[in-house]
Design a protein around this ligand. Structure first.
Ligand code: SF4
Length: 199
């Protein structure tokens, strides 16, 4: 079977650029060995080139959003992501990045300025309200992964991107409330998502 580089859910097209990630979340969809909405997102034949993905996208105006997501952290493919996003924007589409917020640590430099004009919307996974909980649940390989993630959400907003933190409702009402308070303190909107249990 061919690897899945792009897949449609609802009106959106999702781009699966990499299986690499700087976290190892206990709830990660990567732990679902089989499928994700019927899509097999493990890249057996390696990561796709920007041109391959652009070829699959075609006319981006057919989709509500083109979303960099998948079984891994898209910012590991920063150059490819920016090239694809530039194509989507140049052809009248809308882009979103779903990220763990550690892209600047991964790249070793501040990547937020590079996103401006290419990425419209940024969903940063906050996951938990404290560093201790984040480290327990997301197991970041960077010691300052948590702080970098918080800063990334703020920096994206400051740069004029439509950014927000997201949490999944399974963390429980109390933790959601704590996340709400933290997000408010940091001046970043918070969105609460439902748990995805497809396999
Ligand atoms: S940040 Fe996302 S891709 Fe990475 S381990 Fe966590 S849930 Fe999986």
């Amino acid at each position: 079977m061919m690897d899945t580089y792009t897949y449609q859910i609802g009106e959106n097209l999702y781009i699966n650029l990499t299986n690499r990630c700087s976290n190892a979340c206990t709830f990660c969809v990567r732990n679902e060995k089989a499928s994700y909405y019927g899509n097999y997102l493990w890249l057996k034949d390696g990561e796709p080139s920007a041109q391959t993905v652009i070829g699959e996208i075609g006319d981006p105006k057919r989709y509500k959003e083109v979303v960099f997501c998948g079984f891994g952290e898209p910012t590991y493919r920063l150059d490819a992501m920016l090239e694809i996003a530039a194509y989507v924007k140049a052809h009248g589409g809308t882009t979103r990045l779903n990220t763990n917020g550690q892209g600047s640590l991964i790249a070793g430099r501040d990547i937020v300025p590079l996103l401006v004009g290419k990425i419209d919307r940024v969903n940063v996974s906050l996951n938990n309200a404290t560093k201790a909980r984040y480290e327990e649940v997301c197991k970041p390989k960077f010691a300052d992964g948590y702080e970098a993630m918080l800063r990334f959400g703020q920096d994206c907003l400051k740069a004029g991107l439509d950014a927000w933190f997201s949490v999944v409702d399974v963390i429980g009402a109390e933790e959601v409330e704590a996340c709400r308070r933290l997000a408010k303190e940091l001046g970043v909107p918070l969105r609460v998502r439902e748990m995805i249990t497809d396999s």
